[in-house]
Design a binder for this molecule. Sequence first.
Ligand SMILES: *Cc1c(COP(=O)(O)O)cnc(C)c1O
Length: 663
Amino acid sequence: MNGVRLDPFPPVHRQGSQMATMRENEASAEAPATPETPGPDSLSPSGAVDPKALFLGPKAENQPFFMEMLDYMMDDHSKWREYFHPDDPPAVTEADRALPAFQETLLRTRQTLVELAGLLQVHPVPWFSPRYLGHMNADTLMAANLAYLLAMIYNPNNVAYEGSPATTDLELEVGRELGVMLGYDSQSVWGHITSGGTVANYEALWIARNLRSAALAAAAVIPAAVAGKSPRALLGLPPAALLDLLDKARAAGATDALRAASARGRGLLATGQELGVVIVPRTKHYSWVKAMDILGLGQDNLVEVEVGADFRMDIKALRAALADLDAAGRPVLMVVAVVGSTEEGAVDPVHQIAALRKEREAAGLSSFFLHVDAAFGGYARCAFLAPGGRFMEPEELPPRLAASATGDLGTAWPSPMVYAAYRAIPEADSVTIDPHKLGYIPYAAGAFVLKDRRGLDLVSYFASYVFDKADDNPRLLGSYILEGSKAGAAAAAIWAAHRVVPLDAGGYGRLIGASIEGAGRFHAALSSAPAFVVGGKRYRTVTLTQPDLNMVDFLFHEEGQTDLSAMNALNAKLYEGCSSKGGPLYAGEFITSKTSLTHEEYGDAPLPFIRSLGLPESEWRRVGSVFVLRSSVLTPNLAGSQAFAAYWDGFLGAMARALAKAA
Ligand SMILES: *Cc1c(COP(=O)(O)O)cnc(C)c1O
């Protein structure tokens, strides 16, 4: 390999590694040193990263380094086993090894792995390639993959501290790092790792539901604290005031009584009051529909607010929906703002929603729990952070994106709206963020972040007196999360990624910035591409909307075509030619995903787009659905005009061939 051999034992790890600690103890007989961890206010250490050194690479270019670390890891782990009570006799002896059954067992293992390797390549998804512009996955960070493998051999279970003394702490540390990155106070925030954004959304609604129910129960349990407040007024209290009520209950020694009198004890009808509706934008992820079902709130109580032609929640429509609910006397439990919608990458105006909530509270109208579903877009907040975590002013943003904005990209990123929305995220009460999307971490890695850790009490299965005292108890994760046994390896993977790629503009900001730049180039090129001429017909590529993040939706339109079903059929055929489903290994020249924007889900949000193509509104009414190709551009390898140009030429050729087949 390339000559340079890194010291695999940097000082901190030399202290932290059990193996190394043992070696040192043998020599010096000193007490084991504890690894250094950053103080509560610090983000991960800063320093710019080179995206080219982060991944195995589209051609496995960094395989030598990967193998070197694999070797080191297996060696370190094996030595740990050896050194654990060195006087214990080995369980596998040379005589065992000589037995035919032993050899056959190894042979079977080998054959099985060879078979699996084959199976995994039958319909593989080449997400490492810049040709893959499909779903929200891309190459994953070497640091995360290696850390996952290393931790996996130790098989830690983060459900309880006993099963994972190292990785439970890493999970809580990662939760705090994400909280600080999202703009929360490091002392009061709490976060942890979930299997994905879906479960994080469930946890948010679980806490919001129990908070509301506890407020109503307070009238029975600590009446003095809520004297003179009607149930309706209690439901409308701001989340912070509801949390203060929990404190009062605790001070009165009534926490358990409050739990028993709320939905947690007696069920949803405990207090005889509707807990309220949940408001989401039309672009919501379907996990919200499931959440309403699972938490017993009822799918009918999910209220969808219209989105504009930009697919962002329409703040006027939200205001109107709230007014309607006020008039009907119905409380609002939660409003969800989406930062990076799953299908369009659209960013809702979090700042406007937070301002609207303040305005309502000032006017004596009911408040609500504000949750930001940033499963997709959350990590992009790093692009706005100076080293140390300060949210930068617009003019301080990294020149790379700003410069490309004035050049090939056509438009600036971020738009003032996107900037303001990201700045306002810490006004929300909780956030969902997926490390397995823009964090470039292997599955399963989502995260839930709660602004005010007092809210944990609402889902805790500790006796209240335990929860009162020690900071230690939150290490028993299983007692106040939705899941039970869970991989500590996921925590190790995210923790390692955050060490290598700092959570600021020079780290993740640079990596995600490169992918946004690539998406911007793709969008600009699609918007201005010359027409394809096939069989005397002219086809143009048209983009759905200016993306807020690295997601580009587009379609092919035959000039003069006014039949929406024919247009949908053409694009569906094109998709068949460029999807990762089916088809032999090397056939897919270019891989995208697709989605249908339907009237049922989106209302009339797609209508302005349909009209811009010259199709009459009657076609939208008749067909009620538009098929678009959807490209999640997560690769950092399309940034830069040269890298992009090489790819774009190939794309044009592939599309011309696909059109010739489909048209
Ligand atoms: C992906 C996504 C989810 C669900 O996350 P999973 O990790 O797939 O469970 C929720 N909300 C949004 C906006 C998403 O993009």
